[in-house]
Ligand binder design. Sequence first.
Ligand code: SAM
Length: 213
Amino acid sequence: MAFTFFFRDQQVLERVVEHVLPSLAGRIHPRIWDAGAATGQEPYTLTIMFAATMNHFAFDNLRIDATDVESTGQFAQMVEAAIYPADELSRLPEGILDRYFEPNGKTGCFRVIDSVRRRIFYQQNDLLSFQEIGHGYSLVLCKNVLLHFQPVERIEVLRMFHRALAPGGLFATEQTQEMPRELASLFQRVIPDGPLFRKVECGECGAPQPRAA
Ligand SMILES: C[S@@+](CC[C@H](N)C(=O)[O-])C[C@H]1O[C@@H](n2cnc3c(N)ncnc32)[C@H](O)[C@@H]1O
């Protein structure tokens, strides 16, 4: 089972949300891609953060595509069910359990509330296929995944994220991940001390992207 937990890298995610919010406001159907989402704790954390900061109407238009390479369907089932044992939820920030989870009926389990659950669309995807799942993303989040790849694979995956992003879209990763020097012209660091990068337009990076609504 993949190692992940709710509110992992909380400070990174809070800064990501803060920086991406203005670009979401200008879009009719804003999209986010969480690549390597494992069993759902990360995309649900992110979605809860958006729910807490966006107005109700804007939040209901948000789409978060959560993907993972896991191919037995087990992760898909877990993300779609959104049921987690209480001991996994015991260290959530104050107020989150009451506001965004409901008892599931099963002893000791809670389910993410429907309004949050409905924002997440899970699909199986191997990042090493180097095929983007779509275009026009305001944010691609890929944390604790790239470190498992070879340097050349990492570069191709990052190029693919660049194609998937909307103009000016953001890419976020874990604190310890460096942007390869080869890609310095494709991504510009957004904050000096954090793993958050903005897409730089580049004429030679692939086919023109369709504009997102
Ligand atoms: C350590 S977990 C990270 C989960 C979450 N992003 C986090 O930071 O808590 C790594 C995840 O990357 C997924 N993964 C590994 N190789 C992948 C690939 N080639 N394509 C997509 N996902 C991959 C694994 O299945 C696993 O769920």
